[in-house]
Design a protein around this ligand. Structure first.
Ligand SMILES: [Fe+2]
Ligand SMILES: [Fe+2]
Length: 283
């Protein structure tokens, strides 16, 4: 079983660099038994055109079972007059059905004896470090001033969870993820867009990071892995590479970035699992 795992492609059909990145992905050699997209797959666009081009090209090239989760950029509903809740529960699952991609937020993708289990994850402020100069008030506004510069976290501005607090959204998504991992029929290999522990953030400490890192994930994901994690968990979102072990699970933040494609090939032969990571600078 050989699976291609991609995160943070942020595909944009009108951007030549982004098109070259996709060209490079479809040139990846060898046969694959599954393709997994870990969120921030494409930028929101009119009629989800960016997503349609991405899904179509991947499906045509790889012609194998495929699964995906969304990332935060795909849930900026206010830009499209849609709630984030509708995007994750209706719009993206429907798009997945149209293009043959299983939306892992709804069900697992079983390939051979492996079950891919996934969630977007979201954030719940559990990564807030005390006494680092960042307040809940600033986090809820999504605006922070440090070293004379204003930083804005756009999730706070562009997401619309129909009145639900971030903590509620996060708990709901991760409870369902926990259920899917516990009831998976195969050996679970899991993915989340946001990170399961702060150790997976990948950036050095700084005043700006103390603010931004709070939006990078939730300890609830880490708790699920500690209790029920499989051999590997993949995440992304921070665009910085990191690795850690949670319980018995090896966790890999692939760290893919706008002009640096970082992907993994997961393989399972008999009982042995392995992961090969690659990096391609797109220019
Ligand atoms: Fe991203
Ligand atoms: Fe992201």
């Amino acid at each position: 079983m050989r699976s291609l795992i991609l995160f943070d492609l942020h595909y944009q059909d009108n951007n030549p660099l982004s098109r070259r990145q996709l060209d490079r992905i479809v040139e990846t050699e060898g046969d694959f038994d599954s393709v997994i997209l870990g969120g921030d797959n494409a930028e929101l666009s009119s009629g989800l055109q960016n997503h349609k081009v991405l899904f179509e090209r991947l499906k045509t090239r790889f012609d194998c079972p495929a699964g995906f989760i969304t990332g935060n950029h795909e849930l900026w509903g206010k830009l499209a007059n849609l709630s984030s809740w509708r995007l994750i529960n209706e719009i993206f699952p429907d798009l997945g059905k149209e293009y043959g991609f299983v939306h892992l937020e709804q069900r697992n993708l079983n390939v051979g004896d492996v079950s891919f289990v996934g969630t977007y994850g979201h954030f719940d402020y559990s990564f807030l470090r005390q006494n680092k100069g960042v307040s809940m008030d600033e986090l809820l506004k999504g605006i922070f001033v440090t070293e004379g510069k204003e930083i804005t976290w756009k999730d706070r501005l562009n997401m619309d969870w129909e009145g639900k607090r971030d903590e509620e959204v996060c708990a709901k998504l991760i409870k369902a993820f926990d259920e899917r991992i516990k009831t998976s029929t195969g050996k679970s290999i899991s993915i989340s867009h946001t990170i399961p522990r702060l150790s997976l953030n990948g950036w050095p400490d700084s005043p700006a990071q103390y603010f931004m890192e709070v939006y990078s994930g939730s300890n609830l994901i880490g708790d699920v892995l500690e209790a029920h994690g499989g051999e590997y968990h993949f995440c992304g979102h921070t665009h910085a590479k990191a690795r850690d072990k949670i319980g018995r699970t090896r966790v890999i933040n692939l760290g893919s970035d706008y002009n640096i494609l970082r992907y993994a090939i997961f393989q399972k032969n008999d009982r042995k699992c392995s992961v090969e990571e690659s990096e391609v600078v797109i220019s």
